[in-house]
Design a protein around this ligand. Sequence first.
Ligand SMILES: [Zn+2]
Length: 300
Amino acid sequence: MNCYKLETGVSKVYKITTREDFEENIKGNKKYLCKGTDGYFRGLGICPLCDNPVRILSLYKKLENKRPYALHCKDGNDEKLVSFNHEKYIHCPYSNPSARQHFDKSIEKYPMTEFEKELCAAVKNNFDKIVRFILDKTDIYISKAFAKNLLEQFYLNFGFRNSETNFSNIPWIMLYCIGRFNLVGRGVKSGSSLWNYLRKRNDIKLSPFEYNHEYDRIESSTGKFIILEGCFYAHTQRIDGDDEVIEKIRFGVADSKDINKDWAYKRIYSIDITEFQNFCKEINYRNQELLDLAKDDIHL
Ligand SMILES: [Zn+2]
């Protein structure tokens, strides 16, 4: 992998670059270093996606043709920061694909694992920032009712149990869990690509949106009932040859219930694994109303 964190939970994600940068980040803290049997140091960190310990190689002892990179420590040798946990490991896109298993979703039969509880706790403690992140990244206004729906569907559809869910993609998985939703009456970000598409449709009118002046309300231009539904779907995750997580999700707009009709509008979002956690760390924003919603809806 090409990123690491220094702390568990929703925490700053660093790209693996040079030894100098690594030492800049760890600020002389020896717990992030261990000496190998060959006498060279290795860097220690935390996997940004599954919170397992990682070893950062090719920083001190240059490995041939290898720029610095990290690997999960599964052998129990480098667990100074945190212990290895297999449950968490199978949620990680960097895990060996054969380690991933099919989850049985029955919560009664299989109570939440520790990692699933940690993901739910991350939602609970950061829900205001999750909503803010979704507002930033997508073109749709998230009302309080929509936010409540995000929480409920994440919980009911076991978003936390999806083997692809990790600390970096929680907001996207929440969107993925809601399925199709009505766009009529919702706010669309002025000037966005979705807004530009809707503006050109004769059957739709964009009116001032009372909750936020950066958005316009999507309405039927004739006053007649219209079908216009959005959906986040086809979430995919893989590792490319450069050890980069390639993660994507599609957003489609349907203007008919006909399953054979193509999406009327489609957009593909690329998910950058450093973005969400760094956003949470950097943004100075709290919204108690949203945090209270999460406190009521996420049962741990
Ligand atoms: Zn991992």
